[in-house]
Design a binder for this molecule. Structure first.
Ligand code: C2E
Ligand code: MG
Ligand code: MG
Length: 545
């Protein structure tokens, strides 16, 4: 400890030899206020300025601060504790400060070390359980306040004990360090990973639902299981993950940890190297999704998919105007899977592009086959998903298909949903214009269920609106639905479009629609979607009533 005094009137200060050594200065050092300030570490200067202004000069407190100094001889910075008393003149202006400064670097180092020991796992450098508790409380409060899901995972390495026992602890340690590194690199910045036991890790993902959790878990499994090389040993270690999600699987943080832990042990019981949700329905639901998405990759090449055709019948005279092409999938193990289930998955992982292309080609060729067989000219309507609609060269691709089959453009109709115009209406409109100028028809599917902006509808060159089946279903006993259907028919008439009603099942529904001027009918009342040959027989039967 050494003493100093600072004279504000002359702007000169003095310090004892001990302090000069500490500061790394000699007798020649410019002992002005500026020279004094330069000794204070740049990162602490603002804080010190503030402290001096507010606490010392205004409140007239004694000086008592810990701060870092920048030593003048380029040696490492040091922490000091400064004490001082001030003298003021009768106007309250400071004239003199005297006190002592003590080197506290060692104490600071020890404190930091202890903090480190308390909060971090010493082997991997990850936050430990203590720090986890601290951080998770914050994340939890945030999830509660914002009403967002939060995923907690319990990850445990499979057979880690064997590695420790057979290859020794040094290798075991390296493996844990490597695992920690991989986990850290796989998560986002806002996520948290901590090591809470020998080979046990807890991961917390704010704003993460079951679907994302599943993807994350698969990614973690893949990352952790990659081979690692330690001292000539190529090791592969797999993790098992238990997943619990706030708020469904627990509203308290302890419950959530317990449930993620339970989920992990359940998974280990049956098979390792996998993930398991605490809630069984979630697991079953997501596993099915995963299975379907995987099976879909081979569905086309294995001829598991078919296109069926649902008749579209004129409401006026009952002749078959055309057909909607509807995709059917029969998987050897999973059985028949509804397009309402697999199409959204295919849209998610992009497989809809290949599948959609196949449907288009199949439907176009089929229409030509029917023409060659002598069936009256018809229109085949093919469903388009938003992703498909956005793909570049879609128009060229479709025109090539039509040319290849030698089918005139007017025999194809694309069923679009309002979703295609969602993020970029202008682009969608320009694509629609191109189809229109090529003589390819378009209709709006499920009309009334999306966001229908009339100002856009005006710009869409579609020739037909498809009244969604949800409005048709209760036509008989829901007067709201009756007025909706009537308005859609009027609206489309006023805009020069036609209407087709989907999901027509009863004679009463048909009667109502006919009465109000709906042009076409599609539904079980006439027929469900049929394989190509059965559809041909249906169309040949003539008029349907
Ligand atoms: P969507 O385009 O609205 O097709 C009409 C759905 O209603 C079809 O279901 C059809 O079988 C069903 N349906 C027809 N008439 C009746 C009826 O009288 N009563 C009832 N309850 N239902 C009726 P499906 O075949 O299960 O298709 C469901 C959805 O899957 C389709 O809705 C469409 O959005 C999508 N989808 C089907 N095939 C394809 C495809 O090739 N590409 C794309 N992107 N989507 C497709
Ligand atoms: Mg459709
Ligand atoms: Mg529809």
């Amino acid at each position: 400890m050494g003493s100093y005094s600072l004279d504000f009137r002359s702007g000169i200060w003095t310090s004892s030899e001990i302090l000069d050594t500490l500061f790394g200065i000699d007798a020649d050092y410019h002992r002005t206020i500026e020279g004094w300030e330069q000794l204070i570490h740049a990162d602490d200067r603002n804080r010190m300025d503030h402290y001096l202004k507010n606490n010392i000069f205004t409140q007239k407190e004694s000086f008592n601060q810990e701060y870092r100094i920048k030593r003048h001889n380029d040696q490492a910075d040091r922490w000091v504790h400064g004490l001082g008393e001030l003298e003021f003149d009768h106007q309250g202006t400071p004239i003199l400060m005297k006190g002592t400064i003590q080197d506290i670097t060692e104490r600071k180092r020890a404190e930091k070390h202890i903090e480190n020991l308390v909060n971090f796992d010493q082997l991997t450098g990850l936050p430990n359980r203590f720090m986890l508790n601290d951080k998770i409380t914050c994340l939890f409060n945030l999830a509660q306040r914002n009403n967002t899901p939060l995923t907690l995972m319990f990850l445990d390495l499979d057979h880690f004990k064997n590695i420790n026992d057979t290859l020794g602890h040094a290798i075991g340690d390296q493996l844990l360090i490597e695992t920690a590194k991989r986990l850290k690199s796989a998560i986002r910045e806002e996520d948290l990973v901590s090591r809470i036991g020998s080979d046990e890790f807890i991961l917390v993902f704010p704003n993460t639902d079951a679907e994302r959790a599943m993807n994350m878990a698969m990614e973690l499994i893949e990352t952790v299981s990659m081979p690692a090389l330690f001292e000539d040993h190529e090791l592969v270690i797999t993790p098992t993950i238990g997943i619990a999600i706030y708020p469904n699987d627990g509203e308290e943080f302890e419950t959530l940890i317990k449930n993620a832990d339970t989920a992990m042990y359940m998974a280990k019981k049956y098979n390792r190297n996998t993930f398991n949700f605490f809630t069984e329905e979630m697991q079953v639901h997501l596993e099915r999704k995963l299975k379907i998405a995987n099976a879909m990759r081979h569905a086309l090449e294995r001829n598991e998919m078919q296109v069926h055709y649902q008749p579209q019948v004129s409401a006026m005279d009952g002749h078959t105007i055309g057909a909607e092409a509807l995709l059917r999938w029969n998987h050897p193990e999973l059985g028949t899977i509804s397009p309402s289930e697999f199409i959204p998955l295919a849209e998610n992982n992009g497989q809809i592009l290949a599948i959609g292309e196949w449907v288009l080609r199949t439907a176009i060729r089929q229409m030509k086959v029917w023409q060659n067989e002598g069936l009256a000219p018809m229109i085949v309507a093919v469903n388009m998903s938003a992703l498909q609609f956005k793909q570049p060269n879609l128009i060229e691709m479709i025109i090539d298909m039509l040319d290849e089959a030698q089918l005139a453009h007017e025999h194809l109709e694309l069923e679009l949903t309002e979703a295609i115009t969602m993020d970029d209406p202008q682009t969608a409109i320009s694509i629609m214009n191109q189809f229109h100028s090529q003589g390819i028809r378009m209709s709006i599917d499920d009309f009334g269920t999306g966001y229908s902006s009339l100002s856009y509808l005006k710009q869409f060159k579609v020739y037909k609106l498809k009244i969604d089946q949800s409005f048709v279903r209760n036509l008989e006993d829901d007067s709201d639905d009756r007025s909706i259907v009537r308005s859609i028919i009027d609206l489309s008439k006023n805009m020069g479009m036609e209407t087709i009603a989907e999901g027509v099942e009863t004679a009463e529904q048909l009667e109502f629609l006919r009465l109000h001027g709906c042009n076409e009918i599609q539904g079980y009342y006439f027929s469900k979607a049929l394989p190509a040959d059965e559809f041909a027989s249906f169309a040949k039967q003539g008029l349907h009533h």
